[in-house]
Design a protein around this ligand. Structure first.
Ligand code: CP
Ligand code: NVA
Length: 310
């Protein structure tokens, strides 16, 4: 029996392959039969603390909590006393008295660690500078749904290797046996500690992890091509430098996807900057683009996560 009750979800590194597969299997059940979970959150309160903008995460989490019978309370940090200097620890101590769980989207991953240290309730990472675990769960669910397997699938991530999405994918893929190649300019490589963790996971699962410079090499024989924006939230000051480093080589266009397997799928966490990291023809390709299913799967997987942790 896999029991994940009362756990924090700050990074997928804290979860075993068996636990991650359990989340994916439960997501599959809930997608087939949305009412199957019942109302495990009846009478429960979940605070959604957001320091950064969001469309998918905010709405999928609110809908997930509501569908599970609970109540979601949205709190923007700029409208809370955090803005005026109330400490993270004091905020956690107080919210702990009102709510049963917290999901937070913040600039700094250490914010989440600090909050979790002072909270007795589950704390869920709704995106930090380092990780985006809920996204990676939905991503791997989408790969599994489209490809019918995870082990041996090759995922090529093209673009900002230091992005939260890339980091969480490195962890999730290496745990679940998906081969992952990241193609990025050297200054925008994944963090050393993330690569190290992914290599250790990959050694155990028998998968491969690689970081290369050439996007064409990365997408050779790829089953999945994944990209994210070149300028993540919080990196706006580096916009010019980043665009100069990524463009035009790392843009996912028709020429690049042509190198992948014929039945490749294209994935993007969204929002996309059309024409920048990906061209319309790839994003809107009805045969290969999985982005809308991927976005939908944020809801099913969020329901799985809430019903398993709470
Ligand atoms: N993919 C994702 O997290 O989207 P939002 O920023 O809209 O939540
Ligand atoms: N890497 C992106 C993901 C957005 C969902 C960002 O942090 O802005």
């Amino acid at each position: 029996m896999v029991n994940m009750k009362n756990r924090d979800l700050l990074t997928l590194q804290d979860f075993s392959a068996e636990e991650l597969l359990h989340i994916l299997e439960w997501s599959k059940e809930l997608k087939k039969n949305p009412g199957k979970a019942g109302r495990p959150l009846e009478g429960r309160q979940v605070a959604l603390i957001f320091e950064k903008p969001s469309t998918r995460t905010r709405v999928s989490l609110e809908v997930a909590v509501n569908q599970l019978g609970g109540n979601a309370i949205y709190l923007s940090t700029s409208e809370s006393q955090l803005k005026r200097g109330e400490t993270i620890a004091d905020t956690a101590r107080v919210l702990d008295r009102y709510v049963d769980a917290v999901a937070a989207r913040v600039s700094s991953h250490t914010w989440l660690e600090e909050y979790a240290l002072h909270s007795r309730k589950p704390v869920i990472n709704a995106l930090s500078d380092l990780y985006h675990p809920l996204q990676a769960i939905a991503d791997l669910f989408t790969v599994w749904e489209r490809k019918g397997r995870l082990r041996g699938v090759k995922l090529a991530y093209v673009g900002d290797g230091g992005a939260n999405t890339c980091h969480s994918l490195l962890i999730a893929c290496s745990k679940l046996g998906v081969d992952m190649v990241v193609a990025c300019p050297e200054p925008f490589s994944p963090r050393r500690e993330v690569i190290k963790a992914a290599l250790t996971n990959a050694y155990r699962s028998g998968s491969k992890v690689e970081v290369v410079k050439d996007p064409r090499k990365a997408v050779e024989e790829a089953d999945v091509i994944y990209t994210d924006v070149f300028v993540s939230m919080g990196k706006e000051a580096e916009a010019e430098e980043r665009k100069a480093a990524f463009l035009p080589n790392y843009r996912v266009d028709e020429k690049l996807v042509h190198i992948a397997k014929e039945d490749y799928i294209f994935m993007h966490c969204l929002p996309a900057h059309r024409g920048e990291e990906v061209v319309d023809e790839v994003l809107d390709d009805p045969e290969h683009s999985a982005v809308w299913d991927q976005a939908e799967n944020r809801l099913h997987t969020a329901k799985a996560v809430f019903s398993l942790l709470l």
